[in-house]
Design a protein around this ligand. Structure first.
Ligand code: ZN
Length: 306
């Protein structure tokens, strides 16, 4: 069964406090419909419904300190308790010790070895590759694991040809921030439909969204609300385009946006929102407690014949 993994950076399940938590304020009707009226808040989990399940998952994995992106993403990709093995959380970009885990052990490498079709659906702009080539930019854990598996990172040509999706979902940023006046732009609902259509080409597809973590560090309430309302429209288009033969997973590496009173990451648990076939969801979420339980659940779901 196929899995579409939507990675939202810096999203924790926080308190129902409209002063500090954009999830207590954002209008997210598509998400509410999936969760029988609930929002992405601590008080909403655990939940098992007709269309979706919501669990609270521990990103600290028993290691003191606040969880960070390099180790958090590496756990999501490998299922290995890397902070416990190294003795620390690390980020945002992987150091050599964390990077070492992102070779054979990642889901991308393992799926490729099994002959499964796997992809990271983001389209990256030329300046991203310029930064990498000049040594000014380091790969984060997710693209590093893709490269290590021998898979391509999608480029602007792929985005223009409809083979990849913009990091902001709609493509607006390619016109306003990246100077591509001709870049294809969709509304958020269409972007969700596109995400669903792209994911159907693969057994395992991942989409990475980092603006949420950025808004958390910048403590931008209005921006955070607007990002999540856009994401909700994406979710609407996506679930419309989805079918029974696949699960959608939305999860994160650590909290951040859930408490805008601090610019740091939070100690909150992160959501594992799973959408799709009820019995497949029950299997997927069984005994799911911390971040190390996600990768094995993805592996089992994708490897199971359906
Ligand atoms: Zn961060």
């Amino acid at each position: 069964m196929r899995v579409l993994f939507i990675f939202l950076d810096g999203i924790g399940l926080g308190e129902n406090n409209p002063e500090t938590n954009p999830f207590a304020r954002a209008k997210m009707p598509n998400l509410n419909a999936l969760l029988d009226g609930r929002s992405l808040l601590k008080e909403s989990a655990p939940f098992q419904g007709e269309y979706a399940s919501l669990l609270a998952v521990d990103p600290a994995v028993g290691v003191r300190g606040l969880p960070q992106s390099a180790t958090g993403q590496a756990i999501l990709l490998t299922g290995i308790n890397i902070p416990a093995e190294l003795g620390y959380h690390y980020g945002p970009k992987p150091n050599p010790e964390v990077a070492a885990y992102l070779r054979e052990a990642s889901l991308f490498s393992r799926f490729v070895k099994e002959g499964k079709r796997a992809a990271l659906l983001n389209g990256y702009p030329p300046r991203y590759f310029d930064g990498i080539d000049s040594g000014k930019r380091l790969y984060s854990s997710i693209p590093l694991s893709v490269i290590n598996a021998g898979l391509p990172l999608f480029r602007h040509e792929d985005l223009f040809a409809g083979r990849a999706l913009s990091a902001d979902f709609t493509g607006e940023g390619w016109r306003t921030m990246l100077g591509f006046a001709e870049a294809p732009v969709m509304d958020a609902h269409q972007a969700g439909q596109k995400l669903g259509a792209l994911a159907k080409e693969y057994d395992f597809a991942l989409f990475e969204y980092w603006a949420s973590d950025y808004a958390g560090h910048k403590q931008q309430m209005d921006n955070a609300i607007s990002l999540m309302e856009t994401f909700d429209s994406v979710l609407g288009g996506l679930t419309e385009a989805w079918d029974e033969n696949g699960l959608i997973l939305v999860t994160s590496d650590h909290g951040n946006m859930d408490d805008l009173s601090t610019r740091k990451h939070t100690a909150a648990e992160v959501p594992a929102l799973v959408i799709g076939n009820k019995s497949a969801r029950a299997e997927f979420t069984r005994d799911m407690k911390d971040l190390t339980d996600i990768a094995p659940a993805i592996w089992k779901t994708v490897m199971k014949e359906s």
